[in-house]
Design a protein. Sequence first.
Length: 200
Amino acid sequence: MNAAEYYMQKKYGEKFESEYIYNGSVYVHPKSNPYRHVVVDVETKDGMVYFHDNYVGYLKKEELEKYIYELVKPIYGECKVYIHPYGFALDDSFNKDTDLMTYVSNGNYALDIFTYENAENMETELNKTCSIFIENKLECNVINVTYITQENFSSLEEINIDNIYNSKDYYYSLDSIYDKKNDTGFSGIDVLKGRDCYGK
């Protein structure tokens, strides 16, 4: 754990704290933000120990969210966009100076879009969104679009997303998964209906 912290501090110029070890990976967070659960993979090869991490996904998070927001706003109107880096190590050449388009060309993240707009054309809108991602070469593992009330939208914070999904506090939630293995684009759309009394 100490070695992983040292590696991260040396690479990114900020202090990290270890949380736990799981399946050969050390989970750490920057002292400046305990909500960023960064994965540091540990590899032993020829008597040497090597580290690989996914922290760049968090460093690019805010910039990428703003970029995606501008792309999808014409489709969804006022919306909230959140990306969630996956716990897979990224390219070892990625560091704090990696530019956004380099990251998204090979990034591992999920995308959540929340909107209170009418869900009448929700599948068409998600298909348009998927096309935009392909056109702009935005690597994204899964796109999830959730329709909620305007009241819930106004008070929405990223920390509450899991609660929304677990309690089905939405009208509809749609997702499409990108097939990275075969590079065949996005899958068909799965549609989940929220709880019956939601919004009433």
